[in-house]
Design a protein around this ligand. Structure first.
Ligand SMILES: [Zn+2]
Length: 274
């Protein structure tokens, strides 16, 4: 049984500032270690319940955050940037389920640490078929394309609640109680790491028992609507084939399936940069 651990950093235990997720800042090394420990806990828990193959996708920044020398030796690490499936690189039809570790709420959320959707500087909102969602939804929809359900999420309370609302009753681990964009009541990793292990175990047991959420499958064709923060970014992104300008900040495009939707969204974000 193969499990993909899709990891991000803003929802890791203790993180409340961008600097803590930024490789050029001295605090970063502390939190990449905690990120790695959380992933190892998820692997250990899933293995306790009988999973025996583990892929890990390093989904933050340039995808080089996880300490491979400390990673559970049963895992294969998908590291680096611009891989074909980005934050869920490694998902395929053989994958039994996905865990989201260190995830964050969507852009614009209240009481949500570092809440954003793909690019905090560029993207105000993202909709798939008119449904507002963050990275948890976008990446879940890519997994759903392969028939793979999201089984658990860790992050602040708002990230967990948004994932449950969209994806159904998956396992959640609230590692911090956000009280603002840069503020949270944080639990010690000595508490959150065992909680992640327990939750991962439960998630796989529920999958085996048939009580985990269904894959999140979006209807096709998929309409992608992107609201940028600057009109200039929309000026650029609307050059993509098939894109239409809706107003100053928004574009949309409709594509045959979720893989094209993911590729198109990523291209629109990149296109909006210099
Ligand atoms: Zn991130």
């Amino acid at each position: 049984m193969k499990i993909l651990i899709a990891a991000d950093m803003e929802g890791v235990s203790g993180v409340t500032r961008w600097e803590e997720t930024d490789p050029t800042h001295r605090e970063y090394s502390r939190f990449r270690k905690i990120m790695t420990d959380e992933i190892n806990a998820a692997i250990a828990g899933a293995a306790d319940a009988g999973a025996n193959e583990f892929a890990v996708a390093d989904g933050h920044g340039d995808g080089t955050n996880i300490l491979i020398e400390e990673l559970d030796q049963r895992a294969r690490l998908n590291s680096g940037g611009n891989s074909p499936l980005s934050m869920v690189q490694g998902v395929d039809q053989e994958t039994a389920g996905i865990f989201f570790i260190g995830y964050h709420a969507r852009s614009g959320s209240q009481n949500a640490v570092l809440a954003h959707t793909w690019s905090s500087g560029r993207i105000a909102n993202l909709w798939l078929n008119g449904i507002l969602m963050g990275e948890y939804g976008l990446n879940a929809a890519v997994a759903g394309h392969f028939g793979v359900p999201v089984l658990m999420i860790s992050g602040d309370q708002t990230a967990c609640a948004q994932a449950v609302e969209l994806l159904g009753k998956l396992e959640t681990v609230v590692v911090k109680q956000a009280s603002g964009y840069f503020a949270a009541g944080c639990l010690s990793p000595q508490v959150t790491i065992p909680a992640i292990q327990e939750s991962a175990k439960r998630a796989v047991l529920r999958l085996k028992g048939g009580t985990s959420p269904k894959p999140f499958v979006v209807q096709t064709p998929v309409r992608v609507t992107v609201e940028f923060r600057q009109p200039e970014a929309a000026d650029r992104a609307v050059r993509l084939p098939g894109a239409k300008r809706l107003d100053g900040l928004r574009i949309d495009f409709t594509v045959p399936d979720m893989l094209d939707a993911y590729a198109g969204f990523r291209a629109a974000v990149k296109q909006s940069y210099d």
